[in-house]
Design a protein around this ligand. Structure first.
Ligand code: ADP
Ligand code: MG
Length: 315
C-alpha cells in the first residue's frame, strides 16, 4: 500500500461528519467554518513508540490513546472537541495494524463528535501526533491559574491505575482492569464542559496527580493540601498491592487522563448539581496560601517533592 491508498482506505471518512467542515481530507488543507459565538481551543500531543507506549502495544490502544490524550487536554480547558489532524509516522504499511489503529481512533472520535479533517503520513520509527481543535463559550475556558486559598480540590476517577497497568509495571500489569486503564483511558470530556465557568482552575493528570497539581499550584500562586485518606483508590489497585503502594501510585503514577480541579466553596452546591456523574469525582484537599503540594497523612503534613514526568529529566 502506498501513502495515497493508506489515506483513502483508513482515514478519508474517519470520525463524525460535521457541518462546519467545508472541506476535509483530500485537498492541501482543510477549510472550516468557525462558529460566530465561540472561542477556539487548540492542543497537540505526540506519542512516540517506546517512550509513551510499549512498542508492542495493541494498535487499537495506540489509536485510542493518540486521540484520548488530546481530548483530555481540551476537557481540562472546559472545551467541546470538534476537529482533529493526524500526523502518522509508520515503519511500514501493515494493513492489519492500520485497521486496528484507525478503528481505535474512530470509536473515540465518533463518541465525541470529532471529525478527522487532515493529517500527514510519513515513513520512519512509529510516532503519532494528533492536533485537536475545539470550542468554548467566550470567557468560560478553564486554566491552571485561577485557584484561590479556600477553594476545594477534586479529582475524577481513580488515579494510579494506568501507571500500575502499564506493561513495564510488570508485576501489576496482569491485572486486566489496570492494564485497560492504561490502554484505553477515558478522557473526561463531559465533566470538563460541566466545569467550564464554574471551577476556578483545572489540569488533566498526565504526569502524576501530585506533580500536575504542583503545576496548577505554581500557575495559581497557591499551595495545594491533599488529604492522604481521601485519595480515591480503585478496587483493582487496592487488590494488586499494599495500601501504601496504592497511595504512591495514586499520587505519582502518570497516564490517567483524569481531571484535577479546584472549586470555590460558594459554588460547591452548584458544582455537585451540574456533575454528569457524582460518583466520578472525589474531594481530596484544599487550596491554601503558600506554594507547592502538601500531603496530610492524618498526623503530619509534608511537602511533596515529586515533580512528575519530564522527558528531558530537567528540573
Ligand atoms: P500534501 O502533500 O499537500 O501535504 P498529502 O498528500 O500529504 O498532501 O495529503 C493529502 C490529504 O490527505 C490532505 O488532505 C491531508 O490532510 C490528508 N492526510 C494525509 N495523511 C493523513 C492522515 N494520516 N490522516 C488524515 N488525513 C491525512
Ligand atoms: Mg499540498
Amino acid at each position: 500500500m502506498g501513502e495515497f491508498e493508506i489515506i483513502e482506505r483508513f482515514f478519508r471518512d474517519l470520525g463524525a461528519r460535521r457541518a462546519d467542515v467545508l472541506l476535509g481530507i483530500g485537498d492541501d488543507a482543510a477549510l472550516l467554518q468557525p462558529p460566530p459565538d465561540r472561542q477556539w481551543v487548540a492542543a497537540v500531543d505526540t506519542l512516540v513508540a517506546g517512550a509513551h507506549f510499549p512498542v508492542d502495544s495493541p494498535p487499537r490502544s495506540i489509536g485510542h490513546r493518540a486521540l484520548a490524550v488530546n481530548l483530555s487536554d481540551l476537557a481540562a480547558m472546559g472545551a467541546e472537541p470538534a476537529h482533529a489532524l493526524l500526523a502518522l509516522t509508520l515503519p511500514g504499511s501493515d494493513e492489519g495494524w492500520l485497521q486496528e489503529f484507525a478503528s481505535g481512533f474512530a470509536a473515540l472520535a465518533n463518541e465525541h463528535g470529532v471529525a478527522l479533517i487532515g493529517g500527514d503520513t510519513t515513513s520512519g520509527p512509529l510516532a503519532v501526533t494528533v492536533t485537536l481543535l475545539g470550542f468554548v463559550p467566550p470567557g468560560l475556558a478553564l486554566t491552571r491559574g485561577g485557584a484561590r486559598p479556600g477553594d476545594l480540590v477534586f479529582v475524577s476517577g481513580t488515579p494510579g491505575d494506568a501507571a500500575a497497568g502499564l506493561p513495564i509495571a510488570g508485576r501489576y500489569a496482569h491485572v486486566a482492569a489496570l492494564r485497560s486503564r492504561f490502554e484505553f483511558p477515558t478522557p473526561r470530556v463531559a465533566l470538563g464542559q460541566a466545569l467550564a465557568g464554574l471551577a476556578s482552575a483545572c489540569i488533566d493528570v498526565s504526569d502524576g496527580l501530585a506533580g500536575d497539581l504542583g503545576k496548577l499550584a505554581l500557575s495559581s500562586g497557591v499551595a495545594v493540601y491533599l488529604d492522604r485518606d481521601h485519595l480515591p483508590l480503585s478496587a483493582a489497585l487496592r487488590g494488586a498491592m499494599s495500601l501504601a503502594d496504592a497511595r504512591q501510585f495514586a499520587l505519582t503514577g502518570g497516564d490517567d487522563y483524569e481531571l484535577a480541579f479546584t472549586v470555590p466553596p460558594a459554588r460547591e452546591a452548584e458544582f455537585l448539581r451540574r456533575l454528569p456523574d457524582p460518583t466520578l469525582v472525589a474531594r481530596i484537599g484544599e487550596v491554601r496560601q503558600g506554594a507547592g503540594v502538601w500531603l496530610n497523612d492524618g498526623s503530619t503534613v509534608t511537602q511533596f517533592a515529586h515533580r512528575g514526568f519530564d522527558h528531558f529529566g530537567g528540573a
